[in-house]
Ligand binder design. Structure first.
Ligand code: HEM
Length: 145
């Protein structure tokens, strides 16, 4: 039985594996170009802050993930298929490494945030997406600066 996510190091190991796949994914490699160019090492501390905040309420991430992804979308066309691929890779990676309430929370939060980004960045009309958005908007990470 796999262990649950307990520490920042657990998050970092998870993220390294996730980006190891996402950066070379046939669909995600292009929109993730900036991360490849800047280097994963400069991106990882921000991502660890983000997930420590989402999973442990650490309050370390004070940026606006939505604003950052508006810029990603402006540089590369993003569609629902990108968010679906992001989410399936995220779920697969979490499931391959961890099990327990925090792993479940990582998957649920990833799904909620991906749906909210998809809805807000692409302006999709959907009552279900709107409900998810309303929930995710309460998270500090989704609040506009
Ligand atoms: C289609 C899916 C996605 C793509 C292509 C994508 C791509 C990117 C890229 C290129 C950056 C770096 C931007 C820059 O520094 O200029 C970034 C940053 C980031 N991404 Fe994503 N992303 C996706 C989905 C997500 C999701 C679903 C989450 C959260 C669950 C997320 C969380 C973050 C965070 C926290 C940052 C750092 C924000 C900051 O610097 O303040 N991303 N993403």
């Amino acid at each position: 039985m796999a262990a649950d996510i307990e520490t920042r190091t657990d998050i970092e190991v998870l993220l390294r594996r996730f980006y190891g796949r996402a950066l070379v994914d046939d669909l995600l490699a292009v929109p993730f170009n900036e991360v490849r160019e800047q280097g994963l090492e400069s991106h990882l501390p921000v991502m660890c802050d983000f997930w420590e905040t989402v999973l442990f309420g650490a309050g370390l991430y004070r940026g606006s993930a939505l604003r950052v992804h508006e810029r990603v979308r402006d540089r590369h066309p993003l569609g629902t298929e990108h968010f679906e691929r992001w989410l399936s890779l995220w779920h697969e990676t979490v499931d391959a490494m961890y099990a327990g309430p925090r792993a479940d929370r990582a998957k649920a939060q990833g799904a909620g945030i991906a749906a909210a980004m998809n809805r807000r960045l692409l302006g999709l009309p959907s009552a279900a997406a709107e409900a998810v958005r309303a929930g995710a908007a309460q998270l500090p990470v989704m609040r506009a600066r």
